[in-house]
Design a protein around this ligand. Structure first.
Ligand SMILES: C[S@@+](CC[C@H](N)C(=O)[O-])C[C@H]1O[C@@H](n2cnc3c(N)ncnc32)[C@H](O)[C@@H]1O
Length: 259
């Protein structure tokens, strides 16, 4: 079934496993894993789930799924990338927790009324050229939550991006690799195209990816459009308001409970 659906879709940048593999050391340095348990504690304080069944959508290497399982949750991690799911399995094994790992596109995963909490962490939303597919993902999550369930999405918001936008930046990473980033805003400030050029030992390799950028209001509108109620916006995991100083856009949406 999954293969049938995948074959009908055109290949997009996130379907290239080597993208995730080559960028793994830069996206997922050990310090990012080290901060995850504390982040998950804050996520739980913001979402206050009524039960212990959790979905980590686009779970990647298990950065959030594993600490959630350690916190006593029954966790399902969904991701399309073999390389990252293998990393996630290793991490769960090392930390002696059990997680249900599912290799599936986020557009296809639905499990009706199964979860008290769903997460989409670290910019895992807004990938599709066809924006109605982002709505499909939101609808799938809505269906997959129990009444009263909460969904937290964490992104860089459009407001923050507009404030810090630079067409070209360059950095030297801790291992000496040079990273040049080029960015272009497209389609009336709805999408961004990024090029990352990694220069290592005099050799350059370029990666391109593009995604939709959501403002606080836009993500709230889409969440309410698919049926969520009580959408709250935060600017950090500490629960700061989504104001001028916001580093991140965190939207917490709730599915109405039984009346
Ligand atoms: C930036 S990483 C974030 C990983 C994880 N959420 C975290 O917080 O560490 C984005 C993840 O989305 C996954 N992904 C990208 N497109 C996907 C799709 N269409 N369906 C399912 N997973 C996808 C990638 O494999 C990757 O693990």
């Amino acid at each position: 079934m999954k293969e049938e659906i995948t074959m009908k879709r055109k290949k997009e940048w996130f379907d290239d496993d080597s993208f995730w593999q080559d960028l793994y050391p830069f996206m997922f340095p050990e310090k990012r894993f080290a901060s995850s348990p504390g982040e998950i504690e804050k996520v739980l304080a913001l979402t206050k789930p009524g039960g212990k069944a959790a979905l980590d959508l686009c779970c990647g290497p298990g950065r959030c799924a594993v600490p959630l399982a350690r916190a006593g949750f029954t966790v399902t991690g969904v991701d399309r990338t073999t390389f990252l799911l293998d990393k996630a399995r290793d991490r769960a094994r090392t930390q002696r927790v059990s997680v249900e790992w599912i290799q599936m596109d986020m557009r296809d995963f639905v499990r009706e009324g199964a979860f008290d909490l769903a997460l989409s962490m670290f910019g895992s939303f807004g990938y599709f050229d066809d924006k109605s597919e982002d709505l499909l993902v939101l609808r799938n999550v809505f269906t997959s939550l129990k009444p009263g369930g909460a969904f937290l999405v964490e992104l860089m918001g459009k407001e923050r991006l507009a404030k810090i936008f630079q067409a070209t930046t360059s950095d030297v990473l801790p291992d000496g690799t040079k990273l040049v980033q080029r960015h272009e805003i497209l389609d009336d400030w709805t999408r961004i195209r990024n090029e990352w050029i990694l220069i290592r030992k005099g050799k350059a390799k370029s990666f391109e990816f593009h995604h939709t950028v959501y403002s606080g209001q836009e993500i709230r509108d889409r969440m309410t459009h698919v049926g969520f109620t009580e959408v709250e916006l935060f600017g950090s995991f500490d629960g700061d308001c989504y104001g001028v100083g916001a580093q991140r856009l965190i939207a917490v949406a709730r599915k109405a409970g039984c009346s």
